[in-house]
Write a protein that binds this ligand. Structure first.
Ligand code: PLP
Ligand code: COI
Length: 359
Protein backbone atom coordinates (compact mmCIF):
# COMPACT_ATOMS: atom_id res chain seq x y z
CA UNK A 1 0.00 0.00 0.00
CA UNK A 2 1.65 3.21 -1.07
CA UNK A 3 -1.23 5.46 -2.08
CA UNK A 4 -2.56 7.94 0.43
CA UNK A 5 -6.05 9.43 0.38
CA UNK A 6 -5.82 13.22 0.51
CA UNK A 7 -8.22 15.22 2.68
CA UNK A 8 -7.98 18.82 1.49
CA UNK A 9 -6.99 21.41 4.10
CA UNK A 10 -9.83 23.92 4.61
CA UNK A 11 -7.60 26.77 5.82
CA UNK A 12 -3.83 26.28 5.50
CA UNK A 13 -1.62 28.73 7.40
CA UNK A 14 -1.21 31.97 5.39
CA UNK A 15 2.30 32.46 3.97
CA UNK A 16 3.06 35.54 6.08
CA UNK A 17 2.15 33.76 9.33
CA UNK A 18 4.13 30.68 8.26
CA UNK A 19 7.20 32.85 7.62
CA UNK A 20 6.88 34.26 11.16
CA UNK A 21 6.52 30.79 12.67
CA UNK A 22 9.56 29.29 10.93
CA UNK A 23 11.82 32.33 11.44
CA UNK A 24 13.05 31.08 14.86
CA UNK A 25 11.13 27.89 15.56
CA UNK A 26 13.38 26.45 18.35
CA UNK A 27 12.56 22.77 18.94
CA UNK A 28 9.18 21.06 18.79
CA UNK A 29 6.82 24.01 19.30
CA UNK A 30 5.78 24.82 15.75
CA UNK A 31 3.91 22.31 13.60
CA UNK A 32 3.06 22.13 9.92
CA UNK A 33 -0.45 22.04 8.43
CA UNK A 34 -0.72 18.32 7.70
CA UNK A 35 -0.27 14.87 9.18
CA UNK A 36 -0.31 11.31 7.91
CA UNK A 37 -2.57 8.74 9.54
CA UNK A 38 -2.72 4.96 8.93
CA UNK A 39 -4.84 2.45 10.86
CA UNK A 40 -4.22 -1.16 11.78
CA UNK A 41 -6.70 -3.78 12.94
CA UNK A 42 -6.04 -7.44 13.58
CA UNK A 43 -7.42 -9.35 10.61
CA UNK A 44 -7.65 -6.25 8.39
CA UNK A 45 -3.97 -5.28 8.54
CA UNK A 46 -2.81 -1.74 7.66
CA UNK A 47 -5.45 0.35 5.94
CA UNK A 48 -6.86 3.85 5.50
CA UNK A 49 -3.61 5.70 4.76
CA UNK A 50 -4.44 9.39 4.71
CA UNK A 51 -2.73 12.71 4.34
CA UNK A 52 -4.97 15.10 6.24
CA UNK A 53 -5.08 18.46 8.02
CA UNK A 54 -3.17 18.25 11.33
CA UNK A 55 -5.67 18.27 14.17
CA UNK A 56 -6.72 16.79 17.52
CA UNK A 57 -7.34 13.07 17.95
CA UNK A 58 -10.55 11.87 19.56
CA UNK A 59 -9.90 8.97 21.93
CA UNK A 60 -12.24 6.76 23.90
CA UNK A 61 -11.26 7.13 27.58
CA UNK A 62 -10.58 3.35 27.65
CA UNK A 63 -8.05 3.56 24.78
CA UNK A 64 -5.25 1.16 25.76
CA UNK A 65 -2.35 3.61 25.33
CA UNK A 66 -3.81 5.92 27.99
CA UNK A 67 -3.61 3.12 30.55
CA UNK A 68 -0.72 0.82 29.65
CA UNK A 69 1.52 3.11 27.56
CA UNK A 70 1.79 0.80 24.55
CA UNK A 71 3.34 3.48 22.33
CA UNK A 72 6.48 3.97 20.24
CA UNK A 73 7.94 6.83 18.20
CA UNK A 74 10.77 7.88 15.94
CA UNK A 75 12.58 11.14 15.24
CA UNK A 76 14.25 11.99 11.94
CA UNK A 77 15.03 15.10 9.97
CA UNK A 78 14.34 16.24 6.42
CA UNK A 79 16.68 18.85 4.95
CA UNK A 80 16.42 21.44 2.22
CA UNK A 81 19.67 21.06 0.29
CA UNK A 82 21.58 23.95 -1.28
CA UNK A 83 20.27 22.94 -4.74
CA UNK A 84 16.69 23.30 -3.45
CA UNK A 85 15.99 19.54 -3.31
CA UNK A 86 14.48 18.02 -0.17
CA UNK A 87 16.13 14.97 1.36
CA UNK A 88 15.71 12.52 4.20
CA UNK A 89 18.67 11.20 6.20
CA UNK A 90 18.73 7.42 6.83
CA UNK A 91 14.93 7.06 7.02
CA UNK A 92 15.31 3.34 6.30
CA UNK A 93 17.25 2.97 9.56
CA UNK A 94 14.48 4.74 11.46
CA UNK A 95 11.90 2.44 9.84
CA UNK A 96 13.88 -0.62 10.92
CA UNK A 97 14.30 0.70 14.47
CA UNK A 98 10.58 1.51 14.62
CA UNK A 99 9.82 -2.15 13.97
CA UNK A 100 12.40 -3.29 16.52
CA UNK A 101 10.59 -1.07 19.04
CA UNK A 102 7.24 -2.47 17.87
CA UNK A 103 8.42 -6.04 18.51
CA UNK A 104 9.63 -5.18 22.03
CA UNK A 105 6.29 -3.53 22.82
CA UNK A 106 4.28 -6.41 21.29
CA UNK A 107 2.80 -4.05 18.66
CA UNK A 108 2.03 -4.64 14.99
CA UNK A 109 5.00 -4.03 12.71
CA UNK A 110 4.62 -1.46 9.95
CA UNK A 111 5.99 -2.25 6.46
CA UNK A 112 9.22 -0.24 6.25
CA UNK A 113 8.28 1.07 2.80
CA UNK A 114 5.06 2.48 4.26
CA UNK A 115 6.99 4.24 7.05
CA UNK A 116 9.27 5.97 4.52
CA UNK A 117 6.42 6.69 2.09
CA UNK A 118 4.41 8.31 4.90
CA UNK A 119 7.34 10.60 5.77
CA UNK A 120 7.78 11.61 2.13
CA UNK A 121 4.06 12.22 1.64
CA UNK A 122 4.06 14.65 4.56
CA UNK A 123 7.24 16.42 3.47
CA UNK A 124 5.83 16.99 -0.03
CA UNK A 125 2.60 18.40 1.41
CA UNK A 126 4.42 20.71 3.84
CA UNK A 127 7.44 21.56 1.66
CA UNK A 128 6.92 25.28 2.33
CA UNK A 129 7.63 24.79 6.07
CA UNK A 130 11.42 24.32 5.97
CA UNK A 131 13.17 26.96 8.11
CA UNK A 132 15.59 29.12 6.08
CA UNK A 133 18.13 29.69 8.86
CA UNK A 134 21.41 27.75 8.91
CA UNK A 135 20.97 24.61 11.02
CA UNK A 136 17.21 24.50 10.44
CA UNK A 137 15.36 21.39 9.29
CA UNK A 138 11.96 19.73 9.26
CA UNK A 139 11.82 17.28 12.18
CA UNK A 140 9.51 14.34 11.57
CA UNK A 141 7.86 12.52 14.41
CA UNK A 142 6.36 9.19 13.30
CA UNK A 143 4.57 7.44 16.17
CA UNK A 144 2.15 4.61 16.87
CA UNK A 145 -0.17 3.97 19.78
CA UNK A 146 -2.45 1.18 20.96
CA UNK A 147 -5.87 2.42 19.87
CA UNK A 148 -8.14 -0.39 21.02
CA UNK A 149 -10.64 0.60 23.74
CA UNK A 150 -10.19 -2.26 26.19
CA UNK A 151 -8.96 -2.38 29.80
CA UNK A 152 -7.58 -5.93 29.84
CA UNK A 153 -3.78 -6.03 29.98
CA UNK A 154 -2.84 -7.53 26.60
CA UNK A 155 -1.38 -6.30 23.31
CA UNK A 156 -3.91 -4.09 21.55
CA UNK A 157 -5.76 -5.48 18.54
CA UNK A 158 -5.74 -2.01 16.91
CA UNK A 159 -3.02 0.57 16.28
CA UNK A 160 -2.89 4.07 14.90
CA UNK A 161 0.28 5.24 13.12
CA UNK A 162 0.77 8.96 12.51
CA UNK A 163 3.49 11.28 11.28
CA UNK A 164 3.61 14.94 12.25
CA UNK A 165 6.26 17.49 11.25
CA UNK A 166 7.87 20.38 13.09
CA UNK A 167 10.21 23.02 11.64
CA UNK A 168 13.14 23.14 14.08
CA UNK A 169 16.31 25.00 14.89
CA UNK A 170 18.76 24.10 17.67
CA UNK A 171 17.64 21.63 20.34
CA UNK A 172 19.41 23.56 23.09
CA UNK A 173 17.83 26.98 23.57
CA UNK A 174 20.88 28.55 25.10
CA UNK A 175 22.98 27.94 21.97
CA UNK A 176 25.81 27.48 24.52
CA UNK A 177 29.08 26.11 23.13
CA UNK A 178 28.96 23.09 25.45
CA UNK A 179 26.35 21.51 27.73
CA UNK A 180 26.63 20.71 31.42
CA UNK A 181 25.67 17.23 32.60
CA UNK A 182 24.48 15.92 35.91
CA UNK A 183 25.00 12.26 36.79
CA UNK A 184 21.83 10.81 38.31
CA UNK A 185 22.49 8.72 41.38
CA UNK A 186 18.82 8.50 42.42
CA UNK A 187 17.36 7.23 39.16
CA UNK A 188 18.16 4.82 36.36
CA UNK A 189 16.55 4.82 32.95
CA UNK A 190 16.54 1.18 31.85
CA UNK A 191 17.47 -2.22 33.26
CA UNK A 192 18.65 -5.42 31.56
CA UNK A 193 15.63 -7.10 29.98
CA UNK A 194 13.66 -3.84 30.06
CA UNK A 195 12.74 -1.47 27.26
CA UNK A 196 15.87 0.73 27.10
CA UNK A 197 16.66 -0.17 23.49
CA UNK A 198 13.11 0.59 22.32
CA UNK A 199 11.99 4.10 21.49
CA UNK A 200 8.88 3.92 23.65
CA UNK A 201 7.33 6.83 25.49
CA UNK A 202 7.70 5.07 28.86
CA UNK A 203 11.50 5.41 28.77
CA UNK A 204 11.15 9.17 28.47
CA UNK A 205 8.48 9.33 31.19
CA UNK A 206 10.91 7.45 33.45
CA UNK A 207 13.67 9.99 32.71
CA UNK A 208 11.70 13.11 33.59
CA UNK A 209 12.11 13.16 37.39
CA UNK A 210 15.88 12.97 36.93
CA UNK A 211 15.79 15.65 34.24
CA UNK A 212 13.67 17.84 36.52
CA UNK A 213 16.30 17.52 39.28
CA UNK A 214 19.09 18.37 36.84
CA UNK A 215 17.32 21.49 35.58
CA UNK A 216 16.52 22.62 39.13
CA UNK A 217 20.23 22.37 39.95
CA UNK A 218 21.18 24.37 36.85
CA UNK A 219 22.38 21.56 34.54
CA UNK A 220 21.31 20.90 30.96
CA UNK A 221 21.01 17.10 30.81
CA UNK A 222 21.19 13.91 32.86
CA UNK A 223 23.77 11.15 32.45
CA UNK A 224 22.19 7.79 33.25
CA UNK A 225 24.30 4.97 34.69
CA UNK A 226 23.57 1.28 34.29
CA UNK A 227 20.86 -0.05 36.61
CA UNK A 228 22.76 -3.12 37.84
CA UNK A 229 26.07 -1.67 39.07
CA UNK A 230 25.42 2.08 38.88
CA UNK A 231 28.90 2.36 37.44
CA UNK A 232 28.82 2.28 33.65
CA UNK A 233 27.84 5.30 31.59
CA UNK A 234 24.80 4.55 29.46
CA UNK A 235 23.39 7.62 27.70
CA UNK A 236 21.53 10.88 28.25
CA UNK A 237 17.72 11.09 28.26
CA UNK A 238 17.65 11.60 24.48
CA UNK A 239 21.25 11.31 23.22
CA UNK A 240 24.10 8.81 22.97
CA UNK A 241 27.56 9.54 24.39
CA UNK A 242 31.06 9.52 22.89
CA UNK A 243 34.45 9.91 24.61
CA UNK A 244 37.55 11.16 22.77
CA UNK A 245 41.06 10.32 23.98
CA UNK A 246 44.40 12.04 23.54
CA UNK A 247 45.72 9.00 21.62
CA UNK A 248 43.16 9.62 18.84
CA UNK A 249 40.76 6.84 19.84
CA UNK A 250 37.04 7.17 20.52
CA UNK A 251 34.81 5.13 22.82
CA UNK A 252 31.03 4.82 22.93
CA UNK A 253 29.02 2.53 25.23
CA UNK A 254 28.06 -0.80 23.60
CA UNK A 255 24.51 -1.75 22.63
CA UNK A 256 23.66 -4.13 25.42
CA UNK A 257 19.89 -3.67 25.26
CA UNK A 258 19.63 -0.85 27.78
CA UNK A 259 20.46 2.10 25.50
CA UNK A 260 18.92 3.31 22.28
CA UNK A 261 20.83 2.21 19.16
CA UNK A 262 21.22 5.74 17.85
CA UNK A 263 21.40 6.32 14.13
CA UNK A 264 23.61 9.38 14.64
CA UNK A 265 25.83 7.20 16.86
CA UNK A 266 26.13 4.66 14.06
CA UNK A 267 26.85 7.34 11.44
CA UNK A 268 29.53 8.99 13.60
CA UNK A 269 31.29 5.68 14.25
CA UNK A 270 31.54 5.15 10.49
CA UNK A 271 32.70 8.71 9.82
CA UNK A 272 35.29 8.49 12.60
CA UNK A 273 36.66 5.25 11.12
CA UNK A 274 36.66 6.83 7.64
CA UNK A 275 38.80 9.61 9.19
CA UNK A 276 41.35 7.13 10.52
CA UNK A 277 40.26 7.19 14.17
CA UNK A 278 40.04 4.01 16.21
CA UNK A 279 36.50 3.49 17.48
CA UNK A 280 35.67 1.11 20.29
CA UNK A 281 32.25 0.14 21.59
CA UNK A 282 33.04 -0.71 25.18
CA UNK A 283 31.80 0.02 28.69
CA UNK A 284 33.22 3.18 30.24
CA UNK A 285 32.93 3.75 33.98
CA UNK A 286 31.94 7.04 35.56
CA UNK A 287 35.01 7.02 37.87
CA UNK A 288 37.24 6.45 34.87
CA UNK A 289 35.63 9.38 33.03
CA UNK A 290 36.51 11.67 35.92
CA UNK A 291 40.04 10.25 36.30
CA UNK A 292 40.73 10.46 32.55
CA UNK A 293 39.43 14.03 32.34
CA UNK A 294 41.61 15.07 35.25
CA UNK A 295 44.74 13.34 33.92
CA UNK A 296 44.29 14.65 30.37
CA UNK A 297 44.00 11.13 28.89
CA UNK A 298 40.48 12.12 27.81
CA UNK A 299 40.30 15.34 25.82
CA UNK A 300 36.69 15.62 24.62
CA UNK A 301 33.22 14.21 25.19
CA UNK A 302 30.08 14.78 23.19
CA UNK A 303 26.46 13.74 23.03
CA UNK A 304 24.69 12.99 19.76
CA UNK A 305 21.25 12.40 18.36
CA UNK A 306 18.90 13.51 15.63
CA UNK A 307 17.57 16.46 17.60
CA UNK A 308 20.85 17.44 19.28
CA UNK A 309 23.11 16.57 16.29
CA UNK A 310 26.59 16.66 17.93
CA UNK A 311 26.68 18.54 21.22
CA UNK A 312 29.96 19.03 23.13
CA UNK A 313 30.00 18.36 26.88
CA UNK A 314 31.75 21.02 28.94
CA UNK A 315 31.26 20.00 32.54
CA UNK A 316 30.05 16.97 34.49
CA UNK A 317 28.77 16.97 38.07
CA UNK A 318 28.27 13.94 40.26
CA UNK A 319 27.14 14.62 43.81
CA UNK A 320 29.54 17.19 45.22
CA UNK A 321 32.26 16.50 42.63
CA UNK A 322 32.56 18.29 39.28
CA UNK A 323 35.03 17.85 36.46
CA UNK A 324 35.68 19.81 33.29
CA UNK A 325 36.11 18.14 29.93
CA UNK A 326 39.14 19.44 28.03
CA UNK A 327 38.99 23.23 28.07
CA UNK A 328 35.25 23.16 28.82
CA UNK A 329 34.21 24.01 25.26
CA UNK A 330 33.95 22.25 21.91
CA UNK A 331 37.00 20.16 21.02
CA UNK A 332 38.61 19.56 17.62
CA UNK A 333 37.54 15.97 17.04
CA UNK A 334 33.97 16.77 18.06
CA UNK A 335 33.89 19.71 15.64
CA UNK A 336 35.46 17.66 12.83
CA UNK A 337 32.92 14.83 13.17
CA UNK A 338 30.01 17.25 13.41
CA UNK A 339 31.16 19.09 10.28
CA UNK A 340 31.51 15.84 8.34
CA UNK A 341 28.06 14.64 9.39
CA UNK A 342 26.31 17.94 8.70
CA UNK A 343 28.05 18.31 5.31
CA UNK A 344 26.64 14.94 4.21
CA UNK A 345 23.18 15.65 5.64
CA UNK A 346 23.06 18.98 3.78
CA UNK A 347 24.34 17.54 0.48
CA UNK A 348 27.54 19.61 0.66
CA UNK A 349 29.87 16.58 0.70
CA UNK A 350 29.86 13.23 -1.11
CA UNK A 351 27.64 10.60 0.51
CA UNK A 352 29.80 7.45 0.45
CA UNK A 353 27.42 5.41 2.62
CA UNK A 354 24.23 6.23 0.68
CA UNK A 355 22.50 7.94 3.60
CA UNK A 356 20.81 10.83 1.79
CA UNK A 357 17.54 10.08 0.02
CA UNK A 358 16.33 12.94 -2.20
CA UNK A 359 12.57 13.27 -2.38
N1 PLP B 1 19.23 7.93 22.97
C1 PLP B 1 17.96 8.28 23.22
C2 PLP B 1 17.37 7.89 24.51
C3 PLP B 1 17.24 9.04 22.26
O1 PLP B 1 15.99 9.41 22.50
C4 PLP B 1 17.87 9.40 21.06
C5 PLP B 1 17.14 10.19 20.06
O2 PLP B 1 16.51 9.71 19.19
C6 PLP B 1 19.18 8.97 20.83
C7 PLP B 1 19.83 8.25 21.81
C8 PLP B 1 19.87 9.28 19.54
O3 PLP B 1 19.32 8.51 18.50
P1 PLP B 1 19.32 9.02 16.99
O4 PLP B 1 20.73 9.35 16.69
O5 PLP B 1 18.82 7.86 16.21
O6 PLP B 1 18.44 10.19 16.94
C1 COI C 1 15.57 12.72 18.70
O1 COI C 1 16.73 13.09 18.72
O2 COI C 1 14.94 12.55 17.65
C2 COI C 1 14.88 12.38 19.93
O3 COI C 1 13.92 11.68 19.84
C3 COI C 1 15.41 12.93 21.18
C4 COI C 1 14.37 13.69 21.99
C5 COI C 1 13.80 14.86 21.28
C6 COI C 1 13.32 12.77 22.52
Amino acid sequence: MTSFLHDPHPNPTPAARRAELVADPQFGRVFTDHMVSVRYREGAGWHEARLMPRGPLTLDPATAVLHYAQEIFEGLKAYRLDDGAMALFRADANAARFNASARRMAMAELPEGLFVAACKELIRADASWFPQAEGGSLYLRPFMYASEAFLGVKPSAEYHFLVIASPVGNYFKSGAPAVSLWVSEDYTRAAPGGTGAAKCGGNYAASLAAQQQAIALGFDQVVFLDAAERRWIEELGGMNMFFVFADGSIVTPPLTGTILPGITRDALMLLARDSGLTVREEPYAIDQWQADSESGRLTESFACGTAAVVTPVGKVTRGAASFTIGAGGPGQVTAMLKDKLVAIQRGRAPDPHGWVDKI
